[in-house]
Structures are given as C-alpha cells and as structure tokens.
Design a protein around this ligand. Structure first.
Ligand SMILES: [Fe+2]
Length: 449
C-alpha cells in the first residue's frame, strides 16, 4: 500500500541510507501513479516557454563551507568506510551518469524505464571492481517542472531497483517556478527535500518505496569518491543560457541569480591545488558549454553556454587547476567534444560530454540527416572552433568527435590512478543498434590517451 501522504504518523527515523527495494526486482510499471494528460504537458510547457527565457531562480548556499566535500563513504552509511576502502584496494572506481531522464507523461515512460532498467542491469551484471559505486544525475530529473506529485513516477519508481546512491544536480526543469507556486513547494524546495536532505528520511514523494533522500549539502556540491572528485554546479532555470552567477558586469545580467557558486568553485579548486590532489577532476553542469549547430546556422536545439564557460575558465585560470572533463545534459542527445587548450604552459585535451539522452526524449542535431539502420552516419570528427568564440584561455581548437541523436543511453565512467575513461552506452533503437563510444584521459598530463 502506498504511504498515505496525509498520514498523521510521524516519519520513522533511519540510521542507514537505503537505495533500493529489497528482494526480487519488481516488474516495470505500465502506467503512472498520478495520471497525467500528455496534452496538458505540452500546454503547460508552451504556456511558460516565454518565462523560461527570463525567470531565473534564487537558491540557498550549501550547508557547511565552500571547500567542504561530500565523501562517497559518508553517503554510503556505516559500511561506507569499508566499501570505499575496497574500491581503493581494487584500484579503480566505476560510476554511472545520465541526464534528462524524466518521463513527463506515460507515453514517454518506456524510454525512461529502458534507460533505468539498463542501468540497474549493468549494476547487477557487474562484479567486484567493475560494479558501479553510484549514479550521478546531470539534471532534469522530473518534468515538466519538478512537481512533487511526479517524483514518484519519474524518479523513485523507475530507479526503485537501482541499488546504489543517486546524486543529482538540478536541471532547468527541476527548478523553473510556475507562477503562483506556494512558497516552500517550489521545484527547488522539492529537489532539496529529496536530494539535499540534512537527515536520512523517506520523503513523501517516495510513497511506499524505500530509497532514502540523498544527503547532499546543497544544489551545488563537491562529491569525493576514490580516484575522482566531481564538482557539481547548478546552472539555473532558463532553457538557455545556463547561469552559475548573475553575470554582473556583462551586457546582459541576471540579478536574480546568486553569485555563491563562483566562490564555491574557486574554493574547491584551491583545495585541490593545496591538497596536491592527484585524482581526476570533473565539472558537472546541466547546461552544456557546447552544443552543436553547423557553422553559420541559426538553427540549434540549444545554444552553447560560452559566457558560463568563460566564468569557469577564469576561475580555473586564477586557481591554476583545470578539470579533466565536463559532463552535461540538457540537449536530448549525445555529443562528445575535445577542447584543446594551453593551460599553465602545458597542452591539455579536455572532453566535454553531453549526455542528455537519459530517457526523456531524443532530439535530432541541427543538420542531422534522416536515415535508416544502414545509412545512419552520426555527425562526428567536425572542427567546431566557432562554438568557442572569445575564450578566456588560450585554446587550440574544438572538435565534435562523436554524437548520437537516435538512441537513449547512459555514461559508464571508470577512473583509476592514471586514467579517466568515459563511455557512452547507447541502447538499441528501431533504426540504430546499440553502441559504445569511449574516450580516455591521462590524468597526470590531461591528454586524451
Ligand atoms: Fe534541461
């Protein structure tokens, strides 16, 4: 029986985090718990499309200090220290990442379940050191606008059998506020309740399921796992552009966006430098710095977010630390770029990965050709320096190495003491078979192996 939302019983206290339902995995649902007319979804989205060009949201600072890190050991509970020790002993960590998974209506549910079930199967089929330690969600967990009543259908139920922690940064769909929303019930309030809980609890959004709310310190945070540190930034509520600050001093400013994350990013990079951290550093941000459009084209599914990237680059330059890779979502497809740059006198090659094919929808890239199974040719190996205008850093070219705009998929990331390897596992579709695309970065040299 679902837990009654209006139950007068107080919530039980938990001393240990729970990630999945115990016992045999249950079959996939065939419908939503909260029925929802797909037409309503489009109506709602179109009604607020204009506002999504200008209505930013404010948010709280993280609990704790800017240079604090959330360790994987803490998130895993009392077994965490020994689990993390096992990962360290095994010599590598594996984790999953996806973006844009939320099925905004029942028609989209098979897409989301397909990805969620593949993630769960991949976890269960992996043993020992190959078993993923967690899933990192790159945002847009619940569509259309992060409503409480859809967390069950779009998050808790699809991932009910996924047996590991799920961390998340909010996407624009997890944060845009529909006018008239009650205070305390905005999408970020609900996201915070479910992902940034100060205590271990099962939220009302989970109904009868047992996954406890994640205990991130905020909507932006640094996750420290063996061999890798992920700095997650919240890029706010607009469709475009992504914003991690008010961008004060620019031609267009966004006074409603707090600037906390600039200091947070600087503090995190400073800590990495001070610690002489030797692991891989990843920046995760929902809006992708780069997204493809042919040169000279005015058509694009989304615009790139080079102003946001300029801010990140400037902070990296000031702190003398550059990440080994960027992970994003937002564009509903897969895109993998390499940005070559000179940093601190060394040549770096940095993958920028867009993994917005997590189940919500698939969007063709501008200029992509309709095809059959035999004729699909992804847009790949294209020089796209024009997507990186006026960079802060000395750049040496940007290429779109690989893309896929036909298949859902997920990232499987493996990090050891020497190498960061990012794999996109696409699932088979009606027209294009499953595939794996991979890139590996040498951690010490920041060069693609
Ligand atoms: Fe998005």
């Amino acid at each position: 029986m679902p837990r009654n939302q209006s139950s007068p019983l107080s919530q039980p206290m938990f001393s240990e985090p729970t990630f999945n339902e115990q016992g045999t995995p249950t079959p996939d649902p065939t419908s939503f718990r909260t029925p929802h007319d797909p037409k309503q979804d489009d109506i709602l989205y179109n009604e607020f499309k204009k506002l999504m060009e200008k209505d930013t949201v404010s948010f709280d600072t993280i609990r704790g200090k800017n240079d604090d890190i959330l360790s994987l050991a803490t998130a895993l509970g009392s077994n965490g220290p020994s689990d993390v020790q096992d990962i360290q002993k095994s010599g590598k960590v594996v984790f999953h990442a996806i973006g844009d998974s939320g099925a905004s209506n029942e028609r989209k549910l098979p897409g989301e379940l397909n990805v969620a079930d593949h993630l769960t199967n991949d976890f269960n089929a992996s043993t020992g050191a190959d078993r993923p330690a967690f899933l990192y969600h790159l945002g847009d967990v619940v569509y259309s606008f992060g409503e409480s009543q859809f967390y069950y259908d779009q998050f808790y139920e699809p991932f009910r059998n996924y047996p590991a922690p799920i961390f998340a940064i909010p996407g624009n769909h997890d944060s845009f506020v529909i006018p008239g929303t009650q205070s305390g019930e905005t999408p970020l309030d609900i996201f915070t309740r479910n992902f940034c809980s100060p205590t271990l609890q099962i939220t009302k959004e989970a109904y009868s399921l047992h996954r406890t709310a994640m205990t991130q310190p905020g909507v932006y945070f640094a996750l420290d796992a063996p061999f890798v540190r992920i700095i997650g930034l919240f890029s706010n509520a607009l469709e475009d552009p992504g914003l991690i600050s008010s961008q004060s001093g620019q031609k267009t400013t966004w006074p409603g966006v707090p600037d906390y994350q600039l200091d947070f990013l600087a503090a995190q990079l400073k800590r990495i430098k001070a610690e002489k951290y030797t692991g891989a550093v990843i920046i995760a941000v929902h809006h992708p710095p780069f997204t493809y459009a042919p040169s000279g084209s005015t058509k694009s599914g989304h615009v790139g977010n080079t102003m946001m990237l300029r801010e990140i680059d400037a902070i990296c330059q000031a702190q003398g630390v550059y990440p080994h890779a960027f992970l994003s979502g937002h564009a509903h497809n897969y895109q993998r770029y390499t940005r070559n740059l000179s940093f601190g006198g060394n040549d770096y090659s940095v993958p920028f990965v867009v993994a917005g094919n997590g189940g919500h929808n698939i969007t063709l890239l501008p200029g992509s050709q309709k095809s059959t199974i035999d004729t699909y040719e992804p847009i790949a190996d294209v020089q796209v320096d024009y997507l990186d205008p006026n960079p802060v850093l000395k750049t040496k070219g940007l290429t779109l190495d690989m893309s896929n705009d036909r298949n859902y998929g997920y990232l499987r990331v493996t990090v050891d003491s020497k190498r960061l390897q990012i794999e996109m596992h696409t699932l088979s579709s009606h027209t294009v078979p499953a595939s794996v695309d991979k890139v590996a970065v040498d951690i010490a040299s920041h060069k693609i192996a």
